[in-house]
Design a protein around this ligand. Structure first.
Ligand code: SF4
Ligand code: SF4
Length: 138
């Protein structure tokens, strides 16, 4: 069975050994659906974990012990186009440029690039962006 989980790594934790340990310690297979990792900054991964519910719970407990924030997600960020005033604030903090201004200076949202970091949810002055995992506290 496959489960989609969203991981948020603090800047001081390397994602690679932690994610490899999911296989080593819990015999889990996984696919990395999306990743945004840069040295010296926090990282985000969306993983599809293949295994039983029990294996998933063990893996989540392990990840949380490593100070990683784990959310089960359907990977969704919504923009309410009617509320958006196209101020551009969200484009300045979007780490993947999923949110950007197009050539006509309108806000464009490239869902494929979004790693669900939820920064845009917090910064939008008119609350035009929402996430189904809420906004993660800094
Ligand atoms: S911050 Fe909010 S109002 Fe401003 S461009 Fe982004 S979605 Fe639109
Ligand atoms: S959640 Fe918002 S700020 Fe984060 S990657 Fe997606 S669109 Fe960009």
């Amino acid at each position: 069975m496959g489960y989609n989980i969203h991981l948020r790594f603090p800047a001081n934790i390397s994602t690679q050994p932690v994610v490899c340990n999911l296989t080593r310690k819990f015999d889990l297979d996984f696919n990395i659906s999306k990743a945004q990792i840069s040295s010296g900054r926090e990282g985000y991964l969306i993983l599809e974990i293949l295994g039983s519910k029990e294996q998933l719970e063990q893996a989540k407990k392990y990840l949380e012990e490593q100070e990683i924030i784990v959310s089960e997600v359907a990977q969704r960020i919504y923009r309410d186009e009617k509320s958006c005033v196209e101020c551009g604030a969200c484009t300045a903090i979007c780490p993947t440029a999923a949110l950007h201004m197009d050539k006509e200076r309108h806000l464009a949202f490239d869902v494929e690039k979004c790693v669900v970091c939820t920064r845009c949810v917090k910064i939008c002055p008119v609350r035009a962006i929402k996430s189904d995992i809420g906004s993660v506290n800094e």
